[in-house]
Each structure stands twice: as C-alpha cells, then as structure tokens.
Design a protein around this ligand. Structure first.
Ligand code: ADP
Ligand code: MG
Length: 315
C-alpha cells in the first residue's frame, strides 16, 4: 500500500521550550514533568530518548502525539500542531504497556487497526499478511494474543503501529521485559524500518538497547535535556578499561591475565595502563601469534552515569 501523501512537511518532531506540569492533588504543588525541553528529530533518523524512570520520556511522547498539551512552548509534529489529524495520521505509536483485547488473534488485531485507518477489506487482509510476516508472527497469526509471549505481543503491537504506513514511528520502551532474543528481533525490525526511510523515536531507560540502534541519543533527566549526541562520536568518549588480546600459542604474557583458552587459542586481558606497543612486544617475547587486539571500553551505561555525575558536580 502506498504511503499517505506527505501533505505535512517539516521535521518529524520539534519541541521548543516545552514545559509540562501535572496537578496531582489540589493542595500539593504540581509535578514538573518537562522543564523547558527543546528537541528536534530529523527525517529518517533513529533517535533514542534515554533517561531514568520519571525523566519525562512518556510525557514527551504523549505531547508529541497530541494526547496532552504543553503548559508552555510549542510541539510540532510533521511541521504542524501535534493535535492536527493530518499530522497524527502519519505517525505510528507503540505504547509502553500496550493493552490489547487478548482474545483477539494477531491477525484480528491488525485487521481492526486497519479498519480504524479506513482500509478496505481487501487492503486489510493484504496488509495484515504482510505485517505479520514482517514481524515474524505469520505462524502465530491465528492464535489469541493471550497465548503470545511478551515479545510476541510487542511485535504484534509493532505490526499494529505500522498499519497506516507511518513516516514516523514512536516506540515507548519497546524492549522492556524482552529476553535477549526478543530484543535482537526487535532491534532488527527497527533497523529495517530505517532502511525504508521511516523516522523512529525510541524511548528507553536501557542504554545498551540504544547503543546498537540509534543515530543520536537525547538524554533526559528530570524533564530537562542533559545531552543530545551522535552515537558515532560517543565511541571515543568511552574510557578504555583494559585491552583484550587473542593469540595463538606462546607462553605467559607477563602482566596479562588469562581469561579463556581453547586449544591453542588464548584470550588475555591487559589493564587500562598497558600500551599497545608494550602489548605487542609482550606477545612477541612469549612466542605467541597475535590474532586480535581490542580496547575494552566502558559501556554506554557507564559513560552515561559518568556524564550524570559530572553534571551534578557542575550544578
Ligand atoms: N498523568 C500524570 N499525573 C501526574 N504526574 C505525572 C503524570 N504523568 C507523568 N507524571 C510525572 O511526570 C514525571 C515524568 O514521568 P514520565 O514521563 O512517565 O517519565 P518516564 O517515561 O521517563 O519514566 C514523573 O515524575 C511522573 O510521576
Ligand atoms: Mg515511560
């Protein structure tokens, strides 16, 4: 099915000085959920919206979808006010904890969503077939959702979000509660969407999910944008924690620790202080043959925590 005509143009999403508070009890001070947020998502990118629980990720998403309104500032979706139906029609959404009537089958879920999008019966059938295939649920298409695993429900939710061939898809913590296989399947699905030119906003409190996936990450904390970074550039900023050296044969490598051995193959670990040229001469001295030398960098998670504590010291 062709994508809906791109009647609305402009950046997929633009926040300018957005402030959002919630009044929980009338006698209490309102909770500030977003505190002057500026954010722009570029066409065709995968943007990770990262931050601990309570940072304001879901609030950002609800504002983007026009489900709630800012107290101050502006939210533009596809260059239009977020609540405009023509803008909203180009966006797919997978909520954080999707609730789907669980006696529906995966196929029925997609059919139903297709009906909401105004697809004809033939289009719905065709679209359901295609999407269920795309998310790897063809074999389970006619089973009720209550018999699906958490990962399968998330994938069905993804198929449902894709029914209207969105140009922009918003996923709120899509990988939470998935096992490693489920996470990988989900990641591959998202990468495939980008190949097709879809813009993706992906909220997560788990950095490692973003690491392999995102072009840029926005780090939110307490309703403020702490950092907006290209992931490419982050590689160099991650501190080296040590060196991993794979060799064939040879004796002990001085200061290094043997971490694994299989036949002639050995994996050694040097501390962060070791220098590559020193490592190379140790290998030569031990009569071993170098297979690979890799720096062990801190994870994105560790870098993130470091950035947070640096920011705390500065403020
Ligand atoms: N409907 C609401 N009523 C009251 N407080 C809310 C509401 N929605 C969000 N909040 C508060 O706003 C803050 C940000 O929440 P949220 O956007 O859900 O964070 P995240 O998705 O990053 O975990 C939290 O302190 C949360 O308690
Ligand atoms: Mg949330």
């Amino acid at each position: 099915m062709p994508r809906p005509a791109a009647v609305e143009t402009g950046a997929p999403l633009e926040f300018e000085g957005v402030r959002k508070t919630f009044q929980t009890h009338f006698w209490q001070r309102p909770v500030t959920s977003l505190d002057g947020l500026d954010l722009e998502i570029r066409e065709g990118e995968i943007l990770g919206l990262l931050g601990p629980n309570g940072a304001g990720k879901t609030t950002t998403i609800k504002l983007a979808l026009g489900l709630i309104f800012p107290d101050q500032g502006s939210v533009r979706l596809m260059g239009c006010p977020a609540e405009r139906p023509s803008a909203r029609a180009q966006v797919g959404y997978l909520p954080e904890n999707p609730y789907f009537p669980d006696d529906l089958s995966g196929r029925e879920l997609i059919h139903f969503a297709g009906r909401l999008h105004g697809l004809s019966a033939a289009d719905r059938r065709h679209r359901a077939e295609l999407l269920l295939e795309q998310v790897g649920l063809s074999a389970a298409a006619d089973r009720p959702l209550r018999k699906y695993s958490k990962g399968m429900v998330q994938r069905a939710g993804m198929a449902r979000a894709l029914v209207g061939s969105p140009r922009f898809i918003i996923l709120d913590e899509p990988m939470s509660g998935l096992d490693p296989v489920g996470r990988r399947q989900f990641r591959d699905m998202i990468l495939k969407l980008r190949e097709q030119g879809t813009t993706v906003l992906f909220a997560s409190h788990v950095l490692s999910d973003a690491e392999m996936l995102c072009d840029r990450v926005a780090i939110l904390r307490a309703g403020r944008l702490l950092a907006m970074r290209d992931l490419g550039g982050l590689e160099e900023e991650r501190a080296i924690l040590g060196w991993e050296v794979a060799v064939m044969g040879g004796g002990s490598l001085g200061a290094a620790r043997l971490v694994a051995e299989r036949g002639e193959e050995r994996l050694w670990r040097f501390s962060a202080e070791a220098r590559p040229d020193g490592i190379l001469s140790a290998i030569e001295g031990a009569g071993a043959k170098l297979q690979a030398l890799r720096p062990q960098r801190e994870t994105l998670e560790e870098l993130f925590l470091r950035t947070l504590s640096d920011a705390e010291e500065d403020s």
